[in-house]
Design a protein around this ligand. Sequence first.
Ligand code: 5GP
Length: 191
Amino acid sequence: MKKGLLIVFSGVSGVGKGTILSKLMPMKELNLVYSVSMTTRKPREGEIEGVNYFFVSKKRFVQAIKNDELLEHARFVGNDYGTPKEYVEKMIAEGKNVVLEIEINGAKQIMEKCPDALSIYIVPPSIEELERRLRERSSEDEQTLMKRIAKAKKELEDMDFYEHVVCNDDLDVAVEDVRKIILKEIKKKSR
Ligand code: 5GP
């Protein structure tokens, strides 16, 4: 059986990665599955265990690293995040295209281990627009929000690392851009 594709999908907080993905995931032609990460962050309102994340204690996270259960892991604004290895490897072997919605440090670890992975970075039309979107979501206190905005400004400098950069100004256009990038890669792989 043909192996699936690993897709690294990144972008600063509040850029709309989740919304773009929610439109792409049901598209049958893309044959996507989502890799649910492990995190020590507390769930936000509406987030579901095993769907958005596996919410774990710091102790459990450290154990996962020790047991070599994670494909990559990184710290982000005071919390740990990591990709469970077993699910990703199983899905790839079954020919599914696996989406990893992860930040830059994790992305770098993945690209080192799997140079064939496709990498896509979503950028906001401007920093002002990003700040507006983050405030609108306002799931965090002001201090955390400011940290996320500062982090976002720094992270935007990293976008050169990614193979593809897509601007999320108009949602439908961004979704279509990402769809085309993934389809092209799928076709290239099956040649
Ligand atoms: P949030 O707290 O907003 O859900 O996620 C914060 C950041 O962590 C986002 O950039 C998100 O893509 C990233 N992230 C989520 N899961 C993982 C993971 O498993 N590994 C890494 N390296 N980053 C992750």
